[in-house]
Design a protein around this ligand. Structure first.
Ligand SMILES: CC(C)c1ccc(C(=O)O)c(O)c1O
Ligand SMILES: [Fe+2]
Length: 291
């Protein structure tokens, strides 16, 4: 069993680094920490960076979680013993990620996952956000998998991960600390589903909504409120199909609270947005009535 302590970063390939970098700053609001000819790093909280774009194929490259200093060798042995192929990060790869050490492997959805220790943090320097989106931290990652049940068994079987809620068998929201979820797996082929940032208030969600609309950014979903975490959310599309999410007010589940995962019925209009609860039994549409 491997103990995860935090989310670390996500690495995303891009064919257009300049556009991604501009969007991450001007639209998402992140701080650009460093940009070279083929990579750009973005900061949202005390981590030196939590998003890295790398020139290449436009797809998710890896998602990373932190383990305690000294835990990596045992984690590598454990995974190898389970028949999972493990790559030991080289010195150059560690330098590129700004970590002391990392290993990588593939999950059941074929996503590359990295376990890192010694990620660089900037504890005392405030984040220089590119715009006042209200971001407080890198919140969670959504990963895709063709079989969510199999993915859940993998994550809960090998890591200190617990299920917080199921959305049918289409999505599973999982936690490894009191935050309702820092990992969401949902039904799709493989790859990165979305990158979430927590924001300070509902007002930030609404201000961001109007800001995105003004800039013609495609809103994927929201503003709404997830019945699972109770967070108010807003999803939007960036270049090359990257989905970003702002959310506010995620539920915390104290350890030993006896939390029992709920199962949300995807046939209900409010299964993912409780503000759609009024649609249940709403009857024929007023706008389509015959006069
Ligand atoms: C749409 C996805 C799977 C989802 C569902 C629920 C929450 C939440 O409760 O906060 C999410 O953050 C999601 O990304
Ligand atoms: Fe999410």
């Amino acid at each position: 069993m491997i103990t995860l302590t935090d989310l670390a970063y996500v690495r995303i390939g891009t064919q257009d680094l300049d556009t991604q970098a501009e969007f991450a700053q001007r639209i998402v609001g992140l701080e650009l920490v460093e940009k070279t000819a083929d990579t750009a790093y973005f900061r949202a909280d005390n981590r030196r960076h939590c998003v890295q774009f790398v020139t290449g194929e436009p797809r998710s490259l890896s998602s990373a979680f932190t383990v305690a200093d000294g835990d990596l060798p045992a984690a590598a042995d454990y995974l190898t013993g389970q028949g999972i192929e493990v790559h030991q990060g080289t010195a150059d790869e560690c330098a590129e990620r700004h970590v002391k050490e990392f290993i990588s492997f593939r999950d059941t959805g074929n996503n590359v996952v990295e376990l890192v220790s010694g990620q660089t943090h900037y504890e005392s320097r405030p984040v220089r956000f590119a715009r006042p989106a209200g971001i407080t931290e890198f919140g969670h990652l959504g990963l895709e998998a063709p079989d969510v049940v199999e993915a859940q068994k993998f994550w809960c079987g090998h890591f200190n991960i617990q299920v917080s809620d199921w959305i049918g068998t289409k999505a599973c929201l999982m936690r490894f600390d009191p935050v309702h979820h820092k990992l969401a797996v949902f039904d799709d082929n493989t790859g990165l589903g979305h990158v979430n940032f927590q924001v300070e208030s509902i007002d930030d969600i609404m201000r961001n909504y109007h800001f995105l609309q003004y800039h013609g950014v495609e809103i994927v979903m929201g503003p709404g409120r997830h019945p699972q975490s109770t967070a108010v959310f807003l999803y939007f599309h960036g270049p090359e199909d990257v989905t970003w999410e702002y959310s506010f007010g995620v539920r915390r589940i104290p350890e030993d609270s006896g939390w029992v995962p709920r199962h949300f019925d995807v046939s209900q209009p409010d299964f993912i947005d409780m503000w759609k609860g009024g649609l249940a039994g709403a009857g024929p549409k007023w706008s389509e009535r015959t006069l």
